[in-house]
Structure formats: structure tokens, C-alpha cells
Design a protein. Structure first.
Length: 217
């Protein structure tokens, strides 16, 4: 079993629960202008088995084949999450799942939060919690507390990601360097007008979701 399958199975129950809460809280419809920052169509195709299929604008820095996503349901836009090419309040909802922690620095995370808040009336921004015992990207306990240089040295042989994926030294450095997990205090600073939901497992906070739920246009 490869790492992708393990992560898919491990996090599937949380994703399903989160999406049901998303639908129940923001109540999107076919008329909702929905932006998924850093998203993938498979997220919404999978959830269509449980919820109403929605038209979605997907933003990523690069799509393997953008034309394949541009259809009656999905619109693919290649852009940077910290420089979104949309006017203020172009969307009713900005959605993002496990993206903001990959922006490397606090300054870039601040710009991401500002851009998401600018382009949409409502927000649903999820990110793993820094203080959850298992670092979710490499699947190793308390790995996030180590200095970055030590993480890079240990990742190949002392994490489930390294043992199963066998990443190259360049891949390890790139992957480890870009991740900056957020605390609850930081999420509150990034999204001061949002409610911060806590997703828990065994009583421990696994991730945060910043939610701004205003009346949709």
C-alpha cells in the first residue's frame, strides 16, 4: 500500500464529515459562485455522491491539462493563491483545503488570507493544526517541532512518507521547506472576522476551519 492510499484512507472520514458541515453551514446551490483555491475536481466529484453537484472555479498555479477541466461544471484558472486575478467579491464562497500551510512564510500566509477574504463574501479555509501530534504531510509524530534542517535530514528514513515514497533529496528539501503549520492564535489573526472551527480526533484538535458565513448575493 503506497502513501497516497494510506493518506486517502486515513483522512477520508474527516474530509467527508468536513464537506457535510460545509454544505450544512454555507448551503451552496447551483447558483452559488464557488471558488476552490488550490483545489482539485476530484474533491467535488467525490462529494457529489453525498451532496448536490456544484459548479466550481478551480485555481492552481498549474494544471496538467487546463482544457480538460473547463466544462459545464468546472472552470480552471492558472494563478497564484497570493495574487488572485478576480475583482472584489467575485465569488459567494472561497473554499480551500490544506493549502495555506504550504505557503512557506507567515507573510505569504497573510497575503493568502487577505486575497481569499477580498474575492469572496463567505469563507471556508481549512488547515491542519500545528499542535496535533502527527505531522500530516510526512506522517511522523511531533515532527513539526524539529528545526527545518533536522527535518530535512530525518525525513527520508524516519517518516512514513520518506520510507514509502522514497523521495529524492531535492524533493525532501522542497516539501519540508514549504510547510508552515498554523496555530489557533495565528488562524484567528489571519481571519479576524471568521469563526474558527476545530476538527477533533480522540479529543485532540486535528485541524482548523476559518468560516465566514454572510448572506450570499
Amino acid at each position: 500500500m503506497d502513501l497516497f492510499t494510506i493518506r486517502k484512507l486515513f483522512f477520508a472520514i474527516f474530509r467527508r464529515r468536513r464537506m457535510r458541515r460545509f454544505y450544512a453551514t454555507l448551503r451552496p446551490t447551483q447558483q452559488t459562485r464557488l471558488l476552490d483555491i488550490g483545489g482539485d475536481p476530484h474533491t467535488w466529484i467525490f462529494e457529489s455522491r453525498f451532496c448536490e453537484p456544484l459548479p466550481v472555479t478551480l485555481v492552481n498555479r498549474q494544471f496538467p491539462n487546463p482544457a480538460a477541466y473547463n466544462n459545464s461544471r468546472f472552470t480552471a484558472v492558472e494563478a497564484d493563491a497570493i495574487d488572485l486575478p478576480f475583482a472584489n467579491r467575485s465569488f459567494d464562497i472561497a473554499y480551500s483545503n490544506s493549502v495555506i500551510e504550504h505557503l512557506t512564510t507567515w507573510e505569504r500566509q497573510q497575503v493568502f488570507a487577505s486575497e481569499a477574504s477580498r474575492v469572496a463574501s463567505n469563507l471556508w479555509i481549512q488547515t491542519p493544526a500545528r499542535h496535533f501530534p502527527i505531522e500530516p504531510h510526512v506522517l511522523a509524530p511531533f515532527f513539526q517541532y524539529l528545526p527545518k534542517r533536522l527535518q530535512i535530514r530525518l525525513a527520508r528514513h524516519f517518516t512514513l512518507w520518506g520510507l514509502l515514497s522514497k523521495p529524492s533529496p531535492a524533493d525532501i528539501e522542497e516539501s519540508i521547506s514549504e510547510v508552515r503549520l498554523l496555530t489557533l492564535r495565528e488562524m484567528k489573526k489571519l481571519f479576524p472576522d471568521c469563526i474558527i472551527l476545530k476538527e477533533r480526533v480522540l479529543g485532540l484538535t486535528k485541524s482548523y476551519v476559518a468560516v465566514r458565513a454572510l448572506k450570499q448575493s
